[in-house]
Design a protein around this ligand. Structure first.
Ligand SMILES: *Cc1c(COP(=O)(O)O)cnc(C)c1O
Length: 325
């Protein structure tokens, strides 16, 4: 049996989780939360990290922080996991689905430019859709399967059209474009630590940013927007999107192993590519020369998908343990 995306728990997970239980620091504050936030931010080359209950809540808070609201649009690629779109809908905004490039499977930046050029106009600090004058405050590139598009080009377009870049880097911890880590290109970036990701806390997320005010507000919004240390005074509608210390402890142990995981994923990717490259109609995701992916999930395209899945499932030689698909 080959798990589609099983966790690998072979480091200090037991030790750190036991430490939480022994010291009774099990809940929403504790030293592992701070440590995990720092480790993820540092790995991604960002100044600040703010833990969240999962990747979806991290994305939701990111959009809230930028004031995305009812009647707004957020541009997102049409191949992603549903959570990217759900996070947009939570703010009452709507997604604009941009087609992916058939080679890289990431957002097609030529189509993006064409769309912005022909169908939008800029007024003041924002772009608006011509046909209904609705605002487009943000774009959410998704680094699908740990691959990345030309992020220099994307951020250039975003600047020209006054779009905030909110990266859905949930699948791309350990992926780089021109030696710069995913999540560090946008004003905000989100990682996920669900059971199927490259490292896991069972469930969890981290928002990264270089903006101190946004980091502070992210912490505030994910922790019920309580603004007095003693009294129950809340200055806006906050969320209980905290990551608990027990899970952050697991995250710290997983982060310690991340470089080894990426190395192993690369080996597995090379093995599959060498083995399958002249088999039937199989083709692989194109990786730009500037991209160093994390090789999170080996994937290929074939027209025989249905038959292949049927055979693999019948023989019970492949299974998804992530619990979300
Ligand atoms: C996993 C994933 C998410 C959501 O992360 P959760 O931690 O499961 O909430 C969002 N977007 C994409 C593209 C993902 O793969």
């Amino acid at each position: 049996m080959i798990l589609l995306s099983g966790p690998n728990i072979s480091g200090n997970e037991w030790k750190y989780v036991k430490d939480c239980l022994d010291t009774q620091w099990v809940s929403s504050v504790g030293s592992y939360v701070n440590k995990f936030e720092q480790m993820v931010a540092e790995f991604a080359g960002c100044k600040y990290g703010v833990a969240a209950s999962n990747g979806t809540s991290a994305l939701h808070i990111s959009l809230e922080l930028l004031g995305v609201k009812r009647n707004d649009y957020v541009i997102v690629p049409n191949v992603t996991f549903i959570a990217s779109l759900n996070s947009i809908k939570y703010t009452k905004a709507d997604p604009i689905l941009m087609d992916i490039d058939p080679e890289t499977w990431q957002m097609d930046l030529n189509l993006l430019e064409e769309f912005l050029e022909n169908d939008t106009y800029i007024k003041g600090n924002h772009s608006f859709l011509k046909k209904n004058n609705r605002r487009i405050p943000a774009i959410m590139p998704v680094h699908v399967l740990g691959n990345m598009c030309d992020m220099d080009k994307l951020t250039g377009i975003a600047t020209r059209y006054k779009l905030h870049v909110v990266e859905d880097a949930t699948e791309a911890l350990g992926s780089y474009f021109n030696n710069r880590h995913s999540g560090s290109f946008g004003i905000l970036g989100s990682f996920s630590f669900n059971g199927n990701k490259i490292i896991t806390t069972g469930g969890g997320g981290v928002i990264v940013t270089n903006d101190e005010d946004l980091a502070k507000r992210a912490k505030h919004l994910t922790t019920q927007a309580k603004c007095d240390p003693f009294e129950y005074i809340h200055d806006e509608i906050g969320y209980n999107y905290r990551l608990v210390n027990v899970l952050a402890a697991m995250g710290v142990a997983q982060m310690e192993q991340l470089p080894d995981f990426i190395k192993r994923k690369h080996e597995i990717d090379t093995f599959y590519k060498n083995t399958l490259s002249s088999t039937g109609d199989i083709s692989f995701q194109k990786v730009l020369p500037e991209v160093n992916p994390n090789y999170w999930l080996f994937t290929f395209k074939t027209k025989k998908q249905k038959e292949l899945l049927k055979i693999l499932n019948e023989k019970k030689c492949s299974q998804d343990h992530s619990g979300c698909q």
